[in-house]
Design a protein around this ligand. Structure first.
Ligand code: ADP
Ligand code: MG
Length: 274
């Protein structure tokens, strides 16, 4: 069995990459469900107007559903919009709706526009909501929604698709993280890179993995997520792959990644692995 120790703090990770289709949402929901399957309480915040994370977690998110939009624009408490995923009583989702598409522009004229999510999350955690992890699923851009995620988070998790020139665009992303560190959130850091959609039969996948590991030896998880039909099918059943087919290669890999994320906690490592 897995020997994992949760830290007792709430770790806030934002899953970011300004490219679309690289596996952000898939990683956000499956890492979350995998963490829950090994004993954690986890909130996923869906910051993408597409609402794919809300769908995958089986949470309603029609236009009428109270959502992250109401939190960011009308300062609703997060507690008023968070839903429990039917998958587990320890898995929660702050859903996105189509209204969030307008928030990027509406936020521009608002006070403390970069801090809206951080403030809402701090209030939520100061209430009676014990969580081990908050995982934020970002849209494919570096606009104000992603900046809100970077400002609210401690850690950045970058999924990298092992199929294209992976480092392309990464310097822009890391440049933004650096800017956020300097001006908005000094404690933000790149904690985790997860290689996804890995097909070990192709030379390209091996090359991409090798190259990313060379550039980021500390951040890249040992676990890689294989390309798997089960992973891509799960959302159409309103499920994560952990619930949809817990014995599939994708589910096993996401659980291994979750264990690594818990064990590689910088705070715990610095305390000597307590
Ligand atoms: P993003 O959120 O970055 O846009 P998604 O997580 O939605 O990316 O993934 C893009 C597409 O790739 C989706 O259709 C998803 O089902 C598929 N996908 C993601 N990870 C895997 C995987 N490990 N195996 C197979 N398909 C995957
Ligand atoms: Mg997505």
């Amino acid at each position: 069995d897995i020997d994992v120790h949760l830290s007792g703090r709430t770790r806030v990770l934002t899953v970011s990459n300004q490219k679309g289709g690289v596996g952000k949402t898939t990683t956000a929901v499956n890492v979350a469900a995998a963490l829950v399957s090994i004993g954690a309480r986890v909130l996923v915040i869906d910051l993408d107007p597409q609402g794919n994370a809300s769908t995958a977690l089986g949470v309603p998110h029609t236009a009428e559903t109270p959502s992250v939009y109401d939190v960011l624009i009308d300062e609703f408490p997060l507690a008023d919009i968070v839903q429990v995923s039917p998958e587990s009583p320890n898995l929660f989702c702050a859903p996105s709706t189509i209204h969030l598409a307008g928030a990027e522009i509406e936020l521009v004229s608002q006070v403390a526009r970069e801090h809206r999510l951080k403030t809402a999350l701090e209030e939520y955690l100061a209430g009676d909501h014990r969580l081990d992890f908050v995982i934020i699923d970002c849209p494919p851009s570096l606009g104000l929604l992603t900046i809100n995620a970077f400002t609210a988070a401690h850690e950045v998790l970058i999924p990298i698709q092992c199929e294209y020139y992976a480092l392309e665009g990464l310097s822009q992303l890391l440049g933004t993280v650096g800017m956020i560190q300097k001006h908005l959130n000094p404690s933000l850091y790149l904690s985790t890179i997860l290689l996804t959609m890995y097909d070990g039969r192709t030379r390209l996948a091996q090359q991409v993995a090798e190259e990313v590991r060379t550039h980021f030896p500390d951040a890249v998880l040992d676990t890689v997520i294989p390309r798997s039909v089960r992973v891509s099918e799960a959302p159409s059943f309103g499920q994560t792959v952990i619930a949809y087919d817990g014995q599939s290669a994708g589910a096993i890999a996401y659980r291994e990644a979750a264990v690594e994320i818990i064990q590689r906690d910088r705070a715990t490592v610095n305390e000597g692995g307590a």
